[in-house]
Ligand binder design. Structure first.
Ligand code: BG6
Length: 472
């Protein structure tokens, strides 16, 4: 993991982005690539080719990038010189041939066979077509075994259910080797999520308490105030559980509950996560009814691209358990929603009350539980909540905390954007931050029965007010 000695500068690379005028490019990729360029971490020989269906000239595409870049000025103009554009339809093989010519032209100019990183920033229903056409057009063939690697980066969700994910995986397996495939989950690349590993496995204090005997409950949340902006069509085909549950929440769950890896090798870390994901039990209909809530915010159906009778959830809460000796019986609560009254991503660990509990007064059973909070967004940090004596004659207690906040310890620039981590690692060929195919299948095995149960109407869709805490 994270081989910092290997620098990108000596990896001549072309990044080809499918869906280069989309939401992801605008919000995440463009700012990250710009930041990498400004800080001088990109390869010396580097180009980006945008591929999308809009019929733009190179000049018009650069104008689009200029409009959406988070900064303006001469430096940004220099940066834009690295971009070119290939208009085309994902279904049209001829457009891939044209893309091939552009790649050949750049290789010729650099007088080298560059590495090619194909990034699928498109809705999942296009994956199959793009994979097929990439393979058919021969674009993903490296120049030789030693020179000019090719890799594909795929956005989440990988597939829309277990069956589709397996089919897609089979296809990918025929066209590419596993070391060429990078399946994205950008939550794994957040500084605060990576820090979960360091906090747990570089400190001895908590690890001995990290089990059912000491921990009463684990809660993992991604709550958002924002709605869907321009993503109605895409989001409506998924719903919240596929959008963030099957991936971000389950990956965080794996990091927070997995056993200690013996090394930091990508395979070792992925293996530990997989052990956890395989222990998520398949919910029965009765459990789906009892342990899940799903909601949709008022006004969702009026968003462009959303079906007028849409049953897609924009909120969910799921209670589950891990079926292994370390965590047996400990409830794990996963919650996420849009248009809520809070914006936060966090993991809360609630420890059991001390027994005996001399400071617990009768009727105050819920008091005196320590909590450990990993705040992933927006105020990144870690806090541990404990009890302390209030000064005076009485032995009265109150809650206090020990905390660390990134913004107090580091300058803002030290926080690497998540997509910068991901692109750097994909350039370097480090797969630690990219879930393995087995992890993805195990996640679908857990999520699929819930989605199917919801489709049948078990646990009805509840409408909630915007700017609220979700369904009652
Ligand atoms: C994305 C989802 O994967 O994650 C979005 O598609 C969600 O719907 C986003 O808003 C949350 O990520 P972040 O980094 O903004 O917390």
């Amino acid at each position: 993991m994270k081989n910092h000695e290997r620098k990108l500068e000596n990896f001549p690379t072309i990044l080809i982005i499918f869906g280069a005028t989309g939401d992801l490019m605008e919000r995440k990729l463009l700012p990250s690539i710009l930041h990498m360029w400004e800080t001088g971490v990109l390869p010396k020989m580097f180009r980006v080719i945008g591929f999308a269906k809009e019929n733009l000239t190179q000049k018009e595409y650069r104008a689009w990038l200029r409009k959406n870049a988070p900064k303006k000025g001469k430096r940004v103009e220099d940066f834009l010189q690295n971009f070119s554009y290939q208009p085309g339809f994902f279904e049209n093989i001829e457009n891939y041939a044209e893309l091939g010519k552009k790649l050949g032209y750049i290789d010729g100019k650099f007088r080298i066979c560059t590495n090619k990183l194909f990034y699928l920033a498109v809705p999942p229903n296009y994956y199959e077509t793009i994979f097929q056409n990439l393979a058919k057009s021969g674009l993903t063939k490296p120049c030789s075994p030693k020179e000019g690697w090719t890799r594909v980066l795929v956005e989440k969700p990988f597939g829309q259910d277990l069956e589709k994910a397996q089919k897609l995986d089979l296809l990918l397996g025929k066209l590419f080797k596993e070391i060429q495939i990078f399946r994205i989950d950008h939550y794994l690349a957040k500084e605060t999520v990576l820090n979960l590993l360091v906090f747990r496995f570089a400190n001895s204090v908590f690890e001995n308490l990290w089990n059912k005997d000491f921990i009463e409950k684990i809660t993992i949340k991604i709550l958002e105030k924002s709605g869907l902006e321009k993503r109605g069509l895409f989001y409506d085909s998924l719903g919240a559980l596929r959008d963030v549950g099957q991936n971000h929440l389950l990956q965080m769950l794996a990091f927070i509950t997995m056993d200690a890896p013996l090394t930091l090798d990508p395979e070792e870390i992925r293996k530990r996560k997989l052990e956890i994901l395989k222990r998520l039990p398949k919910m029965t209909q009765n459990e789906i009814k009892k342990n899940t809530v799903r909601g949709q915010y008022q006004g969702y159906k009026e968003i462009e691209g959303v079906k007028p009778n849409s049953q897609s959830e924009t909120y969910f809460k799921v209670k589950t358990f891990l079926d292994n000796p370390r965590w047996k019986g400990v409830p794990i609560i996963l919650e996420s929603g849009k248009k809520l009254n809070k914006y936060l991503s966090e993991i809360e660990i609630t420890f059991r009350q001390t027994t005996p509990c001399p400071f617990c007064k009768t009727g105050e059973k819920e008091r005196h539980k320590n909590t450990l909070l990993f705040q992933i967004q927006p105020k990144e940090g870690i806090s541990f909540c404990f009890f302390s004596k209030i000064p005076g004659h009485k032995m009265e207690t109150e809650e206090k905390d020990l905390h660390f906040f990134y913004q107090e310890s580091y300058r803002k620039e030290r926080m690497l954007p998540d997509y910068e981590h991901l692109l750097t690692d994909a350039f370097l060929g480090d797969q630690t931050l990219f879930p393995s195919t087995k992890e993805i299948m195990a996640s679908w095995k857990f999520v699929d029965p819930i989605l199917k149960g919801w489709q049948k109407g078990i646990s009805p869709l509840k409408i909630y007010k915007q700017n609220s805490s979700g369904p009652k």
